[in-house]
Design a protein around this ligand. Structure first.
Ligand code: AMP
Ligand code: MG
Length: 481
């Protein structure tokens, strides 16, 4: 039985310099922890004829499906601003699977050493792999472009970090794993034909509508810029903080990728940072659009030789595009915030209305997600905060603005409900689920995943998933590599 696998491995056929042909290193005792049956179905895959042992061997990398050609992809990246040659040091792309709808990269993360492992062991720990599973699936259900998670398998081996941890492999599904860093890697080799191969490959695979355009590099830059603006606006909408927006973690397809020390903001504070390694706040909540533009500029630099033979002209053209970022971002962000407040049309004072609410939340240390729930009449926390005079006055202004909508309250509530989640992955609930899963209790993680499946729908008895942690301790996340 093929289980529906239908491989067509195009990246594998690219020049040798793009990748290393390598299979996952077999693991001692693979044991399935979680399988995403809904996603399997969406991918036209079905594992019902396999017993648990066979599924574990498959997703543990011990027996690859027919038709796969396993590779580690080469890429580079600016990590916290410093350029480094990287590549899949602990992952392999086992192939490109064609579902009824799309082409999908199937990647095993934690699958053993590759030519790009440097000093790493090529492995991953159970906690971070389950964390990626929870958050990526939550993002998908929040309607935010993201890689998906198909399965997590324990390897039966320990990985040594500060302490010995359970080893694990995550099966990740993506439109592709081509990153800004992939372009940086090829550009650094200074072989124009390779760069052109990559450009043509990306356009054919992701943006075939510009295949015959006069200047493909310019078109690609424009498209990727728009996609990244849409993505970061979505992150800002739900209070998501990626945590490591290095250029190797920015996907050309516009999906959220490489979940590491990411987390959701509770109390509204633009400077929120969770990652223990981000000491300067480079990737803080409010810096995400700024860094997106910075990363796009690095992308543009790679494209220069293909934009125009005349380098000055190429730089000028690329700069013009990069400089459209602020205006486009501001416009999309404003519209997103209007949606969150149920505002139709555009009033020039909208920006002040929005900023005043955010400033109030910041000053009074109020929960971001739950404030929008409050405005939609979901009383999650009976906190006195909302009786505050400043807030009440603000609410009057908001209601006055709503009255200019020229349509029914039902309409604006529906708009708000389509963009304001009633539940997000609260940090303490994620930690609790991971802690229990580490001790073989998978009930909390399954409950959490089930609730996060429908973040815009009212669900009974989920209050404990909606309130932020009452602990005063600052929440910190770790890279888990
Ligand atoms: P990430 O933090 O997942 O974005 O990874 C950054 C870079 O470090 C990538 O090139 C990874 O392949 C590499 N890396 C992370 N962890 C390991 C590991 N345990 N062994 C080898 N390479 C790793
Ligand atoms: Mg990465």
């Amino acid at each position: 039985m093929t289980n529906g696998w239908c491989f067509d491995n195009t990246y594998y056929k690219l020049p040798d310099s793009f990748k290393e042909n390598i299979e996952p290193v077999p693991v001692k005792k693979p044991e399935l922890v979680i399988l995403n049956k809904n996603l399997a179905e969406e991918l036209s895959l079905n594992f019902s004829n396999l017993d648990n042992k066979k599924i574990s061997e498959l997703f543990g990398g011990n027996s690859l499906p027919q038709g796969s050609n396993s590779i580690a992809q080469a890429y580079a990246g600016h990590q916290f601003g410093h350029f480094t040659m990287l590549g899949d040091g602990r992952a392999v792309l086992i192939g490109e699977h064609l579902s009824k709808k799309n082409r999908h990269d199937i990647q095993f993360k934690g699958s053993g050493k590759t030519a790009f492992s440097r000093n790493g062991d090529g492995r991953a720990a159970l906690g971070p792999m389950l964390r990626e599973y929870i958050i990526s699936e939550a993002m998908h259900n929040l309607n935010i472009p993201t890689t998906r998670s198909l399965a997590v398998v324990k390897t039966g081996e320990k990985v040594i970090r500060e302490t010995p941890l359970h080893g694990a492999i995550l099966t990740r599904v993506a439109l592709s794993h081509i990153r800004v860093g992939t372009f940086q890697y090829i550009a650094a080799r200074q072989k124009k034909n390779e760069l052109e191969t990559l450009l043509n490959y990306v356009i054919k695979r992701h943006y075939p509508n510009v295949e015959n355009s006069k200047n493909k590099a310019i078109d690609l830059l424009n498209i990727v810029l728009d996609k990244q603006i849409d993505l970061v606006v979505n992150w800002m909408r739900v209070g998501f903080i990626h945590g490591v927006m290095n250029t190797d973690n920015m996907s050309i397809s516009g999906e959220t990728i490489d979940y590491g020390p990411c987390a959701f903001m509770d109390t509204y504070d633009p400077k929120t940072v969770f990652s223990s390694i981000d000491q300067m706040g480079r990737y803080a909540y409010c810096n995400q659009p700024v860094i997106t533009k910075w990363n796009l500029s690095r992308f543009a630099e790679c494209l220069i030789p293909m934009i125009d033979k005349d380098q000055d002209k190429a730089i000028k053209l690329a700069t013009e595009i990069i400089n459209t970022f602020e205006k486009k971002y501001e416009e999309k962000w404003l519209n997103m915030m209007r949606d969150k407040l149920g505002l139709f049309g555009a009033d020039e004072k909208d920006k002040f209305l929005i900023l005043d609410l955010l400033t109030w939340m910041h000053q009074k240390k109020i929960d971001y997600t739950n404030t929008f729930c409050h405005l939609m009449n979901f009383k999650i926390q009976k906190i006195k905060n909302y009786e505050d005079n400043i807030f009440q006055n603000w609410k009057k202004r908001w209601q006055k603005r709503l009255s200019t909508n020229n349509n029914t309250p039902e309409k604006y509530i529906n708009l708000m409900r389509s963009v304001n989640p009633l539940v997000i992955p609260r940090n303490h609930k994620v930690e609790e689920a991971l802690h229990e899963a580490n001790q073989d209790n998978f009930i909390p993680i399954n409950q959490l995943l089930e609730i996060l499946n429908n973040p815009y729908t009212e669900q009974k008895n989920i209050i404990e998933y909606q309130i932020p942690s009452i602990s005063n301790e600052k929440y910190q996340t770790f890279c888990g590599t």
